[in-house]
Design a protein around this ligand. Structure first.
Ligand code: PEP
Ligand code: MG
Length: 573
């Protein structure tokens, strides 16, 4: 079995079709008539622009306007007078052939984009290389591999897929995609998701191990790929495929429904996101808001901190897209397992217990925290933004963060800049200390969101990433469950909203317990939301009290989890 990165959910079963673009050999050739060669280049450029326009139109009608934007990005590069001007100059001044001039200049820009480290810029580098080879192919009269007419039931296998290749895919014939390169956020992965073709990317050494026509099965959710599987494995995947499709269809019925229990308790099913683009899926799956925007992703994969302006744009985009629905944005949570090299953080002896999250932000308030809080306040004029402070352990940390927000509000007032004067400032309850004094926090904080990923780690004293001790890492441990129940009770007592944004919020075995405890908001990955809504709608919180009482009576995590499993699967108490 091969294992890669899951890029697009679903089960793909079919025959491998290996798509390899012939490597172009570009040589430097002296040209006598520079003017004629420039005309040759212009002809190829025009042809490439036409082809791209056609791809964009085709994508817009087949998939959607948003996906077509990727091809429009290619058009922008192709019509950039700086790039084309430099290519023309090189042809004339250096007396070289068009292919060579294109090779040099496009590579120079692609390398420059790639060196910026930022994910968006990496994508721009891929786009630049894509238009380069397409112009060269036109010049050299080499046909691109046409993947629009692959036979039905094909599993497309490639080293990497360029966006223009992916755009040409006919989903009626391609039942899966496997590539050796690429990442979850590469344009080809985004397109695969939009086309709803199961895809696994970054599968090491896959092309070595597969031939054209081999049987391939893949699971786009787990990243597993098998070549020529045994009959039993194939049958397993066939059954999984049927289940996946049935479940997807069934869950679509829950779009547009209110997340209300049988006894009329209304909760919110909201999403965790890391980037503004993630909002598309949240809207598609009818999210009732954003329960956690992990802003550290805006700071990662780049060489310098995002400016206040860049942050403002990102927060505003999410707030506006969610159109008045709550958007909880967590202030920078770095340190621990999340490193950002340019921030100048030294290696801590115990990173999870060290200089991180709110501790770091309060220390770096001038250059890091204030710009972020100011960006959040300014963006709050465009939607329902709430600020969330991570990893608090004592009330002073919350008070200091809140005081900074108040100070920045005054500053914005004096400049006449708009913001939401009633903006809520809440906390993540994710440390043992915060849980123990949740009653104290509940008197001052505007809301709670329980971060079970860390709460479990800190309650059980178990590194959340250490496999050797992972047997201790369970939210079902009585210590963690009591902590969760206590936090929710304190919030309810004080009348503030209490949500959960750790992984436990979408765990089917946890949802009935959380409903019984009185959790108001469940935040999870967008794709898990409809299933959670379905579960919420199938229970009555009153009936769940007995289940919770029994679950809380067990001495071990294993017993509690087993009991909840039986309850969820068979309804037995
Ligand atoms: C958590 O700790 O539960 C949480 C949601 O935050 P993160 O996983 O980003 O630490
Ligand atoms: Mg956390």
């Amino acid at each position: 079995m091969y294992k890669g990165t899951s890029a697009s959910a679903g089960i793909g079963i079919g025959k491998a079709v290996i798509v390899e673009e012939a490597e172009l050999v570009i040589t430097r050739q002296a040209v006598g008539d520079g003017e004629a060669e420039v005309q040759r280049f212009k002809g190829a450029l025009e042809q490439t622009i036409k082809d791209t326009e056609r791809l964009a139109e085709d994508l817009a009608t087949r998939v959607g306007e948003k996906e077509a934007e990727i091809m429009q990005g290619h058009m922008m590069l192709l019509s950039d007078p700086m790039l084309t001007g430099e290519i023309e100059n090189s042809i004339k001044n250096d007396g070289v052939n068009s292919e060579f001039a294109i090779e040099n200049l496009c590579n120079m820009y692609a390398d420059m984009f790639a060196s910026m480290g930022d994910e968006l810029m990496q994508q721009r580098a891929t786009d630049m290389r894509d238009i380069k080879t397409r112009m060269q192919r036109v010049l050299m009269g080499i046909q691109s591999v046409d993947i629009s007419s692959l036979p039905a039931g094909s599993i497309l296998v490639a080293k990497d897929l360029t966006p223009s290749m992916t755009a040409g895919i006919n989903p009626a014939n391609v039942t899966g995609i496997v590539t050796e390169l690429g990442g979850r956020t590469s344009h080809s992965a985004i397109l695969a998701r939009a086309l709803e073709i199961p895809a696994v990317v970054a599968v090491n050494g896959f092309i070595e191990g597969v031939k054209d026509g081999d049987d391939v099965v893949l699971d786009g959710s787990t990243g597993e790929v098998h070549v020529n599987p045994e009959a039993a494995v194939k049958a397993d995947y066939e059954a999984k495929k049927v289940r996946f499709q049935e479940e997807k269809k069934e869950l679509e019925q829950f779009i547009g429904k209110a997340s209300v229990t049988k006894d009329g308790v209304r909760v919110e099913i909201v999403a965790n996101i890391g980037k503004p683009e993630d909002v598309d899926k949240v809207l598609e799956y009818d999210g009732e808001g954003i329960g956690l925007f992990r802003t550290e992703f805006l700071f990662m994969d780049r060489t310098a901190m995002p400016t206040e302006e860049e942050q403002f744009e990102a927060y505003k985009k999410v707030a506006a897209a969610m159109n008045g629905k709550p958007v909880i944005i967590r202030t920078l949570d770095i340190g621990g397992d999340k490193e950002i090299p340019y921030m100048g953080l030294e290696k801590d002896e115990n990173p999870f217990l060290g200089y991180r999250a709110i501790r770091f932000c309060l220390d770096r308030r001038e250059d890091v925290y204030k710009p972020q809080l100011r960006a959040l306040l300014r963006a709050s004029a465009f939607g329902n933004i709430r600020i969330m402070v991570p990893l608090v352990t004592c009330i002073e940390e919350y008070r200091e963060a809140k005081a900074l927000v108040e100070e920045l509000k005054k500053e914005l007032d004096s400049k006449g800049i708009a913001y939401n004067k009633d903006i809520q400032v809440g906390i993540m309850v994710e440390t043992a200390a915060a849980s123990l004094i949740a009653d104290i926090f509940a008197k001052e904080a505007d809301f709670f969101s329980i971060g079970t990923n860390d709460l479990t780690q800190y309650t059980m004293s178990v590194d959340r990433g250490n496999k050797k001790v992972s047997y201790l890492y369970s939210t079902f441990n009585p210590a963690v469950l009591r902590s969760i129940r206590h936090i929710i009770a304190c919030a309810r007592e004080a009348g503030i909203m209490v949500g959960m944004c750790g992984e436990a919020a979408s765990d089917p075995m946890m949802i009935p317990l959380l409903l019984a405890f009185g959790l108001n908001e469940f935040s999870m990955s967008a794709s898990a939301m409809l299933k959670a809504r379905k579960m919420v709608m199938s229970y009555s919180t009153r009936e769940l009290q007995a289940v919770a009482d029994k679950a809380m009576g067990f001495a071990t995590a294993a017993e509690t989890e087993q009991y909840m499993k039986e309850f969820v699967e068979n309804g037995t108490v």
